[in-house]
Ligand binder design. Structure first.
Ligand code: C2E
Ligand code: CA
Ligand code: CA
Ligand code: CA
Length: 275
């Protein structure tokens, strides 16, 4: 393996080597980030398009790296999966998100993203039950978001995990819908509470015919299967109007609010509900 590693090494461009080095440094830093309390949660409101009320907040993880500033989860989740940190980190996220939702205004849910490694871990239902018990959050107020790509493999085990989570009384959303492959068969086999239309389709509304057709198909599908449909990444009034016209139930995006700190939630609710 060592020889193969060295052999492979020769083919790397200098830029790739640099990238690899940066990744390895980050990976090492990640190990200390938890003890050093470098993680935070940001919350982004999700709005009901019928009543214009805030229905939930999605918890989004932030890493405040001492040298490099805020690092996106898109960069470090994969690293956390490689090192195994994703399990304690995921539990921390669950606990913090539930604790926040337990004290904000009653009836507003919290949505928590699950990574592949977390979802594949046999202790996940236990960790979820533990977070609910310790924070006193009603199970129905927690929604877990999993992406289509997470469901690609191990379909029987995945189905069992989804069922165990459902038995706890939490809700399950299928995230980034439309970007993967397994979606249709999964929708048929498992009753998700919600599907989230990926931002890549929302971005091109209105006017881009292909995205118009896809968004309409997803909202129709959601309605006929009894699943709520949320659009993510809404940035403009035009996108919002197009989504509303297509029967989308809820929306989130910079048009309403960027992800905010927990202290800003009351102000955000006041602002959005006065609008
Ligand atoms: P996601 O679940 O699809 O989350 C939506 C992403 O879009 C977030 O990026 C959010 O800040 C961003 N966003 C929201 N509204 C807009 C908009 O109007 N325009 C644009 N351009 N972007 C918008 P973020 O926070 O960087 O998170 C990226 C991804 O990292 C998430 O994608 C999710 O898959 C993952 N992630 C975030 N937090 C966690 C976590 O606690 N655990 C796990 N496992 N994954 C997480
Ligand atoms: Ca999400
Ligand atoms: Ca998403
Ligand atoms: Ca996404």
């Amino acid at each position: 393996a060592k020889a193969a590693g060295r052999g492979r090494h020769r083919f790397f461009e200098p830029a790739m080597e640099e990238q690899l080095r940066v990744q390895q440094t980050l990976k090492a830093d990640l190990g200390r980030a938890m003890q050093n309390s470098e993680f935070e949660l940001a919350f982004q409101p999700i709005i009901d398009l019928g009543s214009n009320q805030v229905r939930s907040f999605e918890a989004l993880l932030r890493w405040r790296h001492p040298g490099q500033g805020c690092i996106s989860p898109e960069t470090f989740i994969a690293l956390a999966e490689e090192t195994g940190l994703i399990i304690p980190l995921g539990e921390w996220v669950l606990h913090r998100a539930c604790a926040a939702a337990a004290i904000w205004r009653k009836g507003i849910r919290v949505a928590v993203n699950l990574s592949s490694g977390q979802f594949q871990s046999s202790d996940l239902p236990e960790a979820v039950a533990d977070a609910l018990a310790k924070t006193g959050l009603a199970p129905d107020m927690l929604e877990l978001e999993i992406t289509e790509s997470v469901l690609l493999q191990h379909s029987e085990t995945n189905l069992q995990t989804l069922k165990r989570l459902r038995e706890l009384g939490v809700r399950i959303a299928l995230d980034d819908f439309g970007t993967g492959y397994s979606s249709l068969s999964y929708l048929q086999r498992f009753p998700f509470n919600r599907i989230k239309v990926d931002r890549s389709f929302v971005m091109e509304l209105p006017g881009h015919e292909e995205s118009e057709v896809i968004v309409r198909a997803i909202t129709d599908l959601g309605r006929s299967l009894g699943m709520a449909v949320t659009a993510e990444g809404v940035e403009t009034r035009q996108q919002l109007d197009a989504l509303r016209a297509r029967g989308c139930d809820e929306a989130q995006g910079y048009f309403f609010s960027k992800p905010i700190a927990v202290e800003e939630i009351d102000g955000c609710l006041t602002r959005l509900e006065a609008a």
